[in-house]
Each structure stands twice: as C-alpha cells, then as structure tokens.
Design a protein around this ligand. Sequence first.
Ligand SMILES: Cc1cc2nc3c(=O)[nH]c(=O)nc-3n(C[C@H](O)[C@H](O)[C@H](O)COP(=O)(O)O)c2cc1C
Length: 151
Amino acid sequence: MKSLLIVYHTGGVKTATMAAAVERGARSAGEVNVVVKRCADAGPEDLLAADGLILGTPENFGYMAGMMKDFLERVFYACEGKVSGRPWALFVGAGQDGSGAVSSVERIVLGLRLKRVHDPVIGLKELTPEVLSNCEELGTAFAAGLALGVF
Ligand SMILES: Cc1cc2nc3c(=O)[nH]c(=O)nc-3n(C[C@H](O)[C@H](O)[C@H](O)COP(=O)(O)O)c2cc1C
C-alpha cells in the first residue's frame, strides 16, 4: 500500500484545522496509508518512507513558519536525490497574503525534485467551509492519485 505523509506546523488552530481536513479527505479515499506529523516530530526517515508528501504551514513575516523551515533543513541533504519525482502539494494558513509562504516552500522543495501535483490551497482570514472543502478535496485527490499510480 502506498504511503502519504502530511507534515504541518501551526502556531494556533488554523493550519491544524486545514491539516485535519486534508487528512479527512485523504483517509476517505482509502487504499493509502496516511501518516500525519507536526514539523517538530517529523524527520528524514518519514520522508524517505513516504510515496507522497503534503506540507502545511502558516505564513509568518512573508515566509513559511520557522518550524517548517527547520523541518526542510533537517530533511534536505538526507533526502536529496532519494525522493526525486515523488508527488507533493501544499496548504497555507495566512492572514491576508500567503504568497510568501508558497514561494519559499516551493523554492526549497524544487531542490528535492519533487513533482507538484496540486495547486496550493491558501486559507486567508477566517477559515470558510469552502477552504476546508478545498483542503478535503486536496487530500482526496492526492490519495486517490497515489493509490491509482497516476502521478
Ligand atoms: C508572527 C506572525 C507573522 C505573520 N505574518 C503574516 C504574513 O506575512 N502574511 C500573512 O498573510 N499573514 C501573516 N500572519 C498571520 C498568520 O499567517 C495567520 O494568522 C495564520 O492563520 C496563522 O495560522 P495558525 O493559526 O495555524 O498559526 C502572521 C502571524 C504571526 C503570528
């Protein structure tokens, strides 16, 4: 069975709520082993064992959260060249922007040569049912794609 790793950080509740929706969607697809970890608890072994990766971070100071950068710093050289071509996607919890978090994560993940298979889901201001539904859809589509081997 393919394995999907969801790694996220939250400083409050928003990105955690988005992560729960992504997880719910992924589990609803079935056929995929879903592993969810906070950035602080995840390491290179988790990424090496995963067939696909979904990252979630708040935008802080126009960038990804420091804990997400810490995770990426810890996994980068251990995983470089070993995860090339695996699918990945991103969700961001932000106040009014989110683009800095997206571009900063994308720049680093580009170096891991992962393949982006879904547009980033960005939740601005208060979380709406539509954003949570987009998060669920991301999880479902990603897990289904992994299970069917379409990525
Ligand atoms: C220190 C700090 C810096 C922030 N910087 C930004 C920012 O640059 N752009 C933005 O859109 N929101 C910014 N925000 C708002 C957060 O991204 C937003 O509140 C987000 O929903 C927090 O997610 P969380 O509840 O998962 O921690 C900032 C919040 C904090 C606490």
